[in-house]
Design a protein around this ligand. Structure first.
Ligand code: ZN
Length: 372
């Protein structure tokens, strides 16, 4: 027993001897510690501990050795055994390779001390050996970007009978939806446009990423050559096999080139941009599908529009968004009956309410999952 105790004390002592990275969150009275583990003489932190602290998520790509770390609305791409990683189209070094022991990944402590504060300069800094975080760690849906499709020189679809312009319907419904989300859920709602102006597709998702939005909802109205086409449908981004394959290949080459030394990341900017566009949504496919499902269900039930279902398509406007993203097609402007409804402010209010109910339902479930 005595011997057991002395061994135990020895173990406890040696554990206490292990250094730890102190973490301080502004406004949080508790001090946090990230325990350090030595691997090949270099201090590392366990990815699981990083997740606990930041409520971050990892996704491992089976088949290759890539690891995607999603943290504060951004994605880091690591390659097992490599000290280089990709972040926002650029490659960076963290001096020591990411390590895997069993199923557990380890990040060099230097990544936490130097690289993270570099990437999130406004949210964290090292101060007297402590990592200070100013951003509260709350993964609830708080910021929603609404994207009224088209605008300015681009009218979108034009009604057959009343010549109603899609851009106007999209904006009217979005503004009503914004009010509901703000007033009834207290969310921050940002608009890619609040008036009749042209915004490029790329700028719409870029805006959502910059604002670190939790959801991206693009509002559109449909049109068809066939005036009898009718109903509502909700889309999320397709998993395009061909582009996925191309993306994986290009990224592989780039990281390997960097790992072997030298070639500039800029050279492959276009490819990488393309890759990250795809990756960004791949990670959110399930959530996007669920958001689309919730919106579609409520939209159809509340509007009386025919249910065309939840669909996948490769919409450019959804690509590159680092958050669950959907595109709603409210109804058909090419259908005279639906055109009249889409142009009616009261009906627009009703449509906004149905989408609101869909988002609300999604948010409640999503918040619970993300915070446990
Ligand atoms: Zn449209």
């Amino acid at each position: 027993m005595k011997r057991f105790l002395s061994v135990l004390i020895l173990i406890l002592c040696s554990m206490q001897m292990l250094p730890a990275l102190d973490v301080k969150i502004t406004g949080d009275p508790i001090d946090y510690k990230l325990n350090e583990t030595e691997i090949n003489g270099i201090p590392y932190v366990a990815m699981a501990d990083v997740h606990t602290l930041f409520k971050s998520i990892c996704k491992q790509d089976r088949g290759d050795q890539r690891l995607y770390l999603h943290l504060y609305g951004e994605t880091f791409i690591f390659l097992e055994g490599s000290s280089f990683y990709n972040f926002k189209l650029e490659s960076y070094s963290m001096h020591y390779p990411i390590q895997r022991i069993g199923a557990q990944y380890y990040l060099p402590v230097i990544f936490m001390r130097e690289n993270l504060p570099l990437h999130y300069a406004s949210q964290m800094r090292m101060n007297r050996g402590k990592l200070e975080l100013s951003k509260p760690i709350n993964r609830n849906v708080q910021v929603i970007v609404l994207d009224p499709g088209h605008g300015g020189k681009d009218p979108g679809a034009v009604g057959r009978k009343l010549k109603v312009q899609e851009k106007d319907v999209n904006l009217a419904v979005s503004l009503k939806l914004k009010r509901l989300l703000e007033q009834e859920l207290g969310l921050t709602v940002l608009m890619t446009r609040s008036d009749d102006r042209f915004v490029s597709l790329g700028d719409r998702t870029k805006f959502a990423n910059e604002k670190q939005a939790d959801l991206f909802v693009s509002i559109h109205a449909n049109a068809s050559k066939n005036s009898s086409s009718h109903g509502a449908e909700t889309y999320y981004l397709a998993t395009a096999m061909t582009s996925d394959a191309r993306a994986v290949e290009a990224l592989e080459n780039q990281v390997v080139e960097l790992y072997e030394g030298g070639v500039s990341a800029r050279k492959k900017y276009d490819d990488l941009d393309f890759i990250l566009s795809d990756l960004s949504q791949t990670e959110h496919l399930e959530s996007s599908n669920e958001l689309a499902g919730n919106i579609q269900l409520n939209l159809v039930a509340g509007s009386g529009f025919y249910d065309r279902g939840v669909k996948q398509a490769n919409f450019y406007v959804l690509r590159g968004a680092y958050m669950p993203s959907v595109l709603v097609e409210l109804g058909f402007l090419s259908n005279p009956e639906e055109e009249a409804k889409l142009a009616d402010p009261q009906y627009q209010e009703r449509l906004a309410r149905t989408i609101f109910e869909g988002i609300k339902r999604f948010k409640f479930r999503y918040d619970r999952i993300r915070n446990t």
